[in-house]
Design a protein around this ligand. Structure first.
Ligand SMILES: [Zn+2]
Length: 288
């Protein structure tokens, strides 16, 4: 099976190799730019899009509906406001619009893009204004935004590098981009260790794998390639939610937390404390 996998990176066309398989998906790793991608993700634009348009709402919105994202939203707005005062803000993959609702209360002029029809309808009700149902690629207005956010959205996209490119074209000079996504290095490292120790049944459902596993090295590269500077990367605070309903069994929760902590500690020591270890990472950068 491994022999039939295309071994060229969809981003830089560098040499890629088989990295791991999980359920029916296979992931490759580019040895040059560090992109970890689900094989055939790039060819499945229609399929991925259809999923987010029609099914995503039913599977994951309970996470957004809970109040536990409030702290995360406040943290993100606090962080942004240390660099930018209020202005025009666009949230890509806005879900039900809770983040933008908080931003609006703080005086931001809000705009949202959401591929799920059901989510965007609910967001319109909450925000009392029209949002764009679709993708950033399809958004044809000249946004001239001060800030664009992707909160747990980039790793779901069909081509994340294009999202960065489209975002840049919608921003003012020195505009700020904020990104938050699962730390691809940590999630894939834990899964690969679990494979080695035959613990995948226990651990795989606790890890997050979408179309891409985005690493710090990769995100830095694409931000630089598409004209961003002043890149700052940090571990992101947890959202506190449980969208997959996986942490309801306390025994497993404690075991997994111990395993994650142990692995994090090992990586930390081996990397001489230079590595970003969080399960989620957040990034800000500025358009050149
Ligand atoms: Zn590559």
């Amino acid at each position: 099976m491994k022999d039939h996998i295309p071994a060229r990176c969809p981003y830089c066309h560098g040499k890629a190799r088989y990295y791991f398989g999980i359920r029916s998906s296979i992931y490759n790793h580019c040895l040059e730019c560090d992109l970890i991608y689900r094989v055939n993700a790039q060819g499945s634009d229609v399929k991925v899009r259809k999923y987010y348009e029609e099914s995503y709402y039913d599977q994951y919105t309970t996470d957004q509906e809970g109040g536990h994202r409030q702290c995360l939203n406040s943290h993100i707005l606090d962080l942004i406001e240390t660099r930018k005062r209020t202005g025009r803000i666009l949230d890509v993959g806005m879900g039900l619009g809770f983040f933008l609702n908080d931003a609006q209360k703080r005086g931001w002029q809000i705009y949202g893009i959401e591929p799920s029809k059901k989510s965007s309808e609910m967001a319109m009700e909450l925000l009392g204004k029209k949002v764009f149902t679709g993708t950033l690629k399809e958004y044809k207005e000249n946004g001239n935004f001060d800030v664009i956010t992707f909160i747990n959205a980039l790793d779901h996209s069909v081509e994340p590098w294009r999202e960065i490119e489209y975002a840049r074209s919608q921003m003012k000079p020195q505009g700020l981009i904020y990104l938050r996504f699962p730390n691809g290095l940590i999630h894939t490292l834990i899964y690969r260790l679990a494979l080695k120790f035959k613990m995948t049944n226990l651990i795989s459902k606790y890890l997050v794998f979408h179309e891409y596993c985005i690493t710090v090295k990769y995100i830095k590269k694409i931000l630089k390639d598409f004209g961003f500077e002043g890149i700052e990367i940090a571990n992101s605070r947890p959202s506190g939610g449980d969208p997959h309903k996986l942490f309801q069994n306390e025994f497993y929760t404690r075991s997994i937390k111990k395993i994650m902590y142990a692995i994090n500690s090992i990586v930390y020591i081996l990397s001489i404390k230079k590595i970003i270890l969080g399960v989620s990472i957040e990034i800000i950068a500025f358009k050149k």
